[in-house]
Design a binder for this molecule. Structure first.
Ligand code: 5GP
Ligand code: ZN
Length: 117
């Protein structure tokens, strides 16, 4: 992992210092179940690299972001979410609902999801 932030909860999950219920991991990403699920299936896909917000993503991260996204869709298929459907979300900054400062896709499914507010 490059540039871990010792104050960052998700960097501490990457290192294993904070335990998590992992669905998947490889050399670039980790997926784990959300501690406070907002749907019957709710997991997060994060990079091992510490990137604070989506606004910090640069061209050099393009392959990593694509890999995060494809990990979301692969796991959604494995979790049988494709029909009737599911949601992939990334919250950006306080006004967008972000509370953990290490980028992550939320994947939510297993119930009918209403329009976001
Ligand atoms: P955000 O609000 O930043 O978009 O999403 C952060 C998510 O991380 C929340 O849904 C929250 O429940 C989850 N979360 C925060 N701390 C932990 C933790 O220590 N373990 C797990 N598994 N999820 C966490
Ligand atoms: Zn971090």
């Amino acid at each position: 992992m490059s540039n871990p932030d010792p104050e960052c909860v998700f960097c501490r999950i990457v290192s294993g210092e904070i335990p998590s219920n992992r669905l998947y991991e490889d050399d670039r990403v980790i997926a784990f179940h959300d501690i406070a699920p907002a749907a019957p299936v709710h997991f997060l896909v994060i990079p091992r690299e510490h990137i604070p917000t989506a606004d910090d993503v640069r061209e050099e991260h393009a392959d990593l972001i694509a890999h995060m996204y494809l990990t979301c869709t692969k796991l959604a298929r494995e979790q049988d979410l494709v029909q009737p459907g599911y949601r992939i979300v990334m919250n950006v900054n306080e006004g967008g609902g972000q509370t953990c400062w290490h980028i992550h896709f939320h994947v939510l499914g297993g119930r009918t999801l209403t329009v976001m507010g």
